[in-house]
Design a protein around this ligand. Structure first.
Ligand code: CMC
Length: 431
């Protein structure tokens, strides 16, 4: 019997089916079940993808037991300490850390794609003033498909690359314009002299009638948060982008679908939900009451920012953000933010609680990120938008990787049908 196979025995028929194993460079190997239906007549069943690898990838590796995360083999801790967001973006797109010249070229390209077509302004005006910025993001990013026909041939690698650059470059401009629309202020054009995050801050917080100086603490903090959010393997939004992309849909539409998937509170929407939860809890003395609610199966309340499908240990991103929270709040002179105190206390109490210990529920990336955004003056309805800007790097990199594959096929899961069996139509007067 071949060594690298798994044999499945059908106890109904006694038939043995041998399935090949593919070896990972790190982490669990996979059993290739591509031929399983043909051989056995069974589908495999795995709602929520608890045991299923949906693709192979060279981008991001994470080990949930160890609490380890790497982009292209580089540990997140090293990238967070020593890299910049644009360098990470280049790393994700092209596979290696850029040299000085490559990075300068990449920066130049991104900077020169940062403006929006003037006609796009009309889209923002079409939204009601209190529209959630994520709703605007989904619509406006999807609408980019209507503007860039010159980069929509997905079979052309150059077109794919231009589309990827455009999305990374334009996302901050769209995000800031969504925010400005929601507060009734004029949109601010990008400033090519500034860094990626410095430019975003200026587009969000400057007004045409006043000078604006980017706060270097805020600029650095945002850059670091963006590095931590750049990619995270085959999460819900990334899988959505891949699935949409597998049908040959244009990349702008694919990223819009990723933004929609990210918005949910179980995913990227959790950062906004954490802040709302902390405000609702209000005081340390209310923590036990809310923990009891989180543990009660009959209560839909969950401790937002806690738990993760893959991490059964402290999320390494949360560890970095937690430390950063101390530093940023101290440097911005807001060290006594009562919500940060409350978050620390909530974490401390939860981590000693049997319910959370047994289920290996630790703070995730979203638990502390909102507190930093808040310290930077970013309103809570923009938190998930910030996540979307950073994750665009992962989405486009994953999309490029998938489309570039030789035997790329449409994603088409099957199902366990449990509906009615065949029955005949009954005319309405006989029902
Ligand atoms: N509060 C209370 N109980 C929880 C929580 C929580 N935050 N998370 C999981 N549990 C319980 C859950 O009820 C279940 O208990 P039992 O075994 O008794 O039924 C057990 O822990 C396993 O949870 P699960 O729902 O089966 O786990 P999952 O892998 O399907 O869900 C999750 C993962 C992240 C959706 C979930 O932990 C959650 O809803 N957390 C809160 C939302 C959140 O912070 N999301 C951000 C995730 S990280 C960033 C990102 O992905 O964008």
């Amino acid at each position: 019997m071949a060594k690298d196979t798994v044999t499945v025995i059908d106890n109904r028929t006694g038939k043995e089916i041998e399935l090949p194993i593919h070896t990972a460079t790190q982490g669990p190997d996979v059993v290739d079940i591509g031929s399983f239906f043909r051989e056995s007549g069974y589908f495999t069943y795995d709602p929520g993808f608890l045991s299923t690898a949906s693709c192979h990838s060279t981008l991001t590796y994470l080990d949930g037991q160890q609490g380890m995360l790497m982009y292209r083999g580089y540990p997140i801790e090293q990238l967070a300490e020593r890299s910049t967001f644009l360098e990470v973006a280049s790393l994700m797109l092209y596979g290696n850390l850029p040299d000085r010249e490559e990075l300068a070229d990449f920066r130049k390209i991104i900077v020169h794609h940062s403006m929006l077509n003037e006609a796009l302004k009309g889209f923002f005006r079409g939204f009601y003033h209190d529209a959630h910025p994520m709703a605007i993001m989904v619509g406006v990013v999807g609408s980019l498909s209507a503007f860039y026909h010159d980069s929509s041939d997905i079979t052309n690698p150059e077109h794919r690359e231009i589309a990827a650059h455009r999305m990374i470059a334009k996302m901050p401009t769209i995000a800031a314009a969504s925010y400005k629309h929601s507060i009734g202020e004029p949109q601010v054009y990008p400033d090519n002299r500034l860094s990626y995050t410095g430019n975003l801050l200026k587009m969000m917080f400057s007004v045409p009638c006043e000078e604006y100086e980017v706060d270097p603490v805020a600029e650095k903090a945002l850059d670091l948060i963006f590095i931590l959010h750049a990619d995270h393997e085959q999460n819900a939004s990334t899988s959505t982008v891949r699935l949409a992309g597998s049908s040959g849909a244009n990349p702008f539409a694919c990223i819009a679908s990723g933004i929609a998937a990210l918005w949910g509170p179980a995913h990227g929407g959790a950062n906004e939900a954490v802040l709302n939860m902390l405000i609702e809890i209000g005081d340390v003395q209310n923590v036990p009451k809310y923990l009891e609610r989180a543990k009660d199966r009959n209560d839909p309340f969950r401790l937002m920012g806690f738990g993760h499908r893959v991490y059964k240990n402290y999320d390494p991103r949360a560890r970095i953000i937690r430390k950063m929270c101390h530093e940023v709040l101290a440097r911005l002179g807001d060290n006594n933010d009562p919500l940060f105190e409350l978050a620390l206390k909530l974490e401390e109490i939860a981590l000693k609680d049997d319910y959370f210990i047994q289920r290996k529920l630790y703070p995730n990336v979203d638990f502390y990120s909102g507190l930093i955004y808040r310290a930077l003056g970013i309103p809570s309805n923009m938190f998930t938008v910030m996540f979307a800007i950073a994750r665009t790097v992962g989405w486009v990199s994953q999309w490029m990787e998938m489309i570039g594959e030789k035997n790329q096929r449409i994603g088409r899961p099957r199902q366990l049908y449990v509906g009615p069996v065949k029955r005949d139509y009954i005319p309405i007067n006989q029902r």
